[in-house]
Write a new protein. Structure first.
Ligand code: AMP
Length: 439
C-alpha cells in the first residue's frame, strides 16, 4: 500500500515526499479512505501512530478541491487538549499543505490574544485550537463557524480528562449540524463513550492495534528498587549506559522537580515540564531537549501528552502512572514511527499492585531486571492486596473481546481527577457569550 493508492493528490504526495514518508501507517490506511467516504468516525489511535497525517491529509485534500482563491474562512476545526499539541498539529497541517492554497491557524490559551485576532482577520481554512481559547475568540466575534465541514477532536480522552467537556459542548452550539465529526482517542472511557453518543451519528469505528506494533518495537523492562533509591538508580542507568535523549515520567509535579534536581546534581543536563511551569518555560525546555542542549526531560503525564519528539532513545517511568492507560502514552514517546525504543519502569515494593494493573492491561507480565545494591529486600504484593484485584476479561476499548490486549484495554482508573494543574493553563474560559459571538 502506498500513499498514491490512497488517492491522495500530487501536491500532497509531494509534501509527503519532502517529509520522507514512504509508506502509510496502519491508521492512515484505515482513516484516510474513511474520511473521504464521509460520515462520523470514532478512531482508537495514540500518538506515534501517524494519526495526525491520517486526518490532516484527507481534510486538506477535500478542502483544496473546493477552495476558491482568496476565500479563507473556517471549514475545519481541530480541538486538542494542550497548547503544545495545538502547535504540533498546526505545524503538521502547514507542512502537509505546503503546496496547497489553504491556510491553517493555531489558537491556544497563553498565546497573544490580539496577535491571534489579527491572524484570524486574514482568514483561515483550518483552525487548530484548545477549547477555552476558541470560545474566547467566538465570544469576541472573531470567528464565524457556520461553514465548518469537519470537526476533529484529537486526543479526546485527554480533553475529557482535563475537564473540558463543558467547553466542547459550548463549541458544538456554534457549529452547523451537517458536518463530519472525527473523534480520535487512545482509550475509550465511559465519559468518552457518552461524548461520542452526543456528538457522533452512527460512527464508523476504527481501531488500530497500535500497542501491538509499539510492543514489538518498544523493549520494556522493570527494575525493582526501594523508593528512596529511585533517583540514584535513575541517574546511574542514564550515566552508565550513556543514554543521550531521555524522558522521565513522574506522577506528581513536586516529585518531578525533585527528580530533576537530583539529576542535575549528578551532572546530567535536565529540564522539567509540568502544569506549574509557564508557557515560555515549557517551550524552552522542549526546544532545548529537541536540539540536544539538554539530555533529560522530566515531565508529568499531562504535560507530555501528545508531544512528538522524534528519536527518543529511552523513556523512564519513575513511578507507575496515576491512570493505568497513561503507561501506554508514556511508552509511546519512544519507538515512534517504526523505530525501536526502550521503556524502563522503576518499581518500588508499594507499587506492585499498580504494576499488576499495567500488566493486565498489556496482557502479559513485564520482564524484570535486578541490579545489585538497588533491589529491595522484600518485593511482592502485600497480603490481601491481590483479593481486591478483580479478574477482568481484557477488551478492546470499543468493547470487542480480544485474546491479547491492545492499547485500548479497558482498565479501571485508579483515580480520575484533573491532573497536573493544566486546567489552569488552558482554562481560558469564555463560554459566557455563547451564540452572541455568531456573526
Ligand atoms: P503522530 O501519531 O501523528 O503524532 O505522528 C508520529 C510521528 O510519525 C510524527 O513524527 C510524524 O511525522 C511521523 N509519521 C506520520 N506518518 C508517517 C509515515 N507514513 N511514515 C513515517 N513517519 C510518519
Amino acid at each position: 500500500m502506498t500513499f498514491s493508492d490512497l488517492h491522495l493528490k500530487p501536491s500532497l504526495l509531494k509534501a509527503l515526499e519532502k517529509k520522507a514518508y514512504t509508506d502509510p501507517t496502519p491508521i492512515q490506511i484505515e482513516l484516510i479512505p474513511a474520511i473521504f467516504k464521509g460520515g462520523d468516525i470514532l478512531a482508537g489511535a495514540q500518538t506515534g501512530t501517524g494519526k495526525t497525517a491520517a486526518f490532516a491529509l484527507p481534510i486538506l485534500q477535500d478542502l483544496s478541491g473546493k477552495h476558491q482563491e482568496g476565500q479563507h474562512y473556517p471549514k475545519a476545526i481541530v480541538l486538542v487538549p494542550t497548547r503544545e499539541l495545538a502547535k504540533q498539529v498546526h505545524q503538521s497541517f502547514v507542512e502537509y499543505g505546503a503546496f496547497l492554497p489553504l491556510r491553517s491557524e493555531v489558537l491556544y490559551g497563553g498565546g497573544n490574544f490580539k496577535a491571534q485576532e489579527n491572524r484570524l482577520k486574514k482568514g483561515a481554512d483550518i483552525i487548530v485550537t484548545t477549547t477555552g481559547r476558541l470560545l474566547e475568540h467566538i465570544g469576541k466575534h472573531h470567528l464565524d463557524l457556520s461553514a465548518v465541514k469537519f470537526l476533529v477532536m484529537d486526543e479526546a480522552d485527554t480533553i475529557l480528562d482535563m475537564g473540558f467537556l463543558k467547553e466542547v459542548s459550548q463549541i458544538l452550539q456554534y457549529l452547523p449540524e451537517k458536518r463530519q465529526n472525527i473523534l480520535i482517542s487512545a482509550t475509550l472511557s465511559t465519559p468518552l463513550k457518552n461524548l461520542s453518543r452526543q456528538i457522533l451519528h452512527k460512527p464508523k469505528r476504527i481501531e488500530v492495534d497500535s500497542m501491538g506494533t509499539a510492543a514489538s518495537l518498544v523493549k520494556q523492562i522493570v527494575y525493582p528498587v526501594e523508593t528512596e533509591k529511585k533517583a540514584e538508580l535513575l541517574s546511574y542507568l542514564i550515566g552508565s549506559r550513556n543514554y543521550t535523549m531521555v524522558m522521565v515520567f513522574v506522577r506528581k509535579k513536586a516529585e518531578a522537580d525533585m527528580v530533576a534536581e537530583e539529576l542535575k546534581l549528578s551532572g546530567l543536563k535536565t529540564a522539567v515540564i509540568h502544569g506549574d511551569k509557564s508557557s515560555g518555560e515549557r517551550s524552552r525546555a522542549l526546544n532545548d531537549f529537541k536540539e540536544g542542549k539538554i539530555r533529560v526531560l522530566v515531565a508529568t503525564d499531562i504535560a507530555a501528552r501528545g508531544l512528538d519528539i522524534p528519536d527518543m532513545e529511552v523513556v523512564f517511568s519513575y513511578d507507575i502512572p496515576h491512570v493505568t492507560q497513561d503507561y501506554i502514552h508514556r511508552i509511546g514517546r519512544t519507538g515512534r514511527a517504526g523505530k525501536s525504543g526502550l521503556a524502563i519502569t522503576l518499581i518500588s515494593p508499594g507499587e506492585m499492585v499498580a504494576l499488576r494493573e499495567v500488566e493486565r492491561m498489556l496482557g502479559r507480565p513485564l520482564p524484570q531486571e535486578k541490579l545489585e545494591g538497588y533491589t529491595p529486600k522484600v518485593m511482592g504484593i502485600q497480603k490481601g492486596a491481590r483479593k481486591s484485584e478483580k479478574k477482568k476479561s481484557i477488551e478492546g476499548a470499543f468493547g470487542n473481546k480480544k485474546k491479547k490486549s491492545t492499547t485500548f484495554s479497558k482498565t479501571k482508573k485508579r483515580k480520575t481527577t484533573k491532573r497536573d494543574g493544566f486546567k489552569v493553563y488552558d482554562a481560558d474560559k469564555s463560554g459566557k457569550d455563547k451564540k452572541k459571538g455568531r456573526k
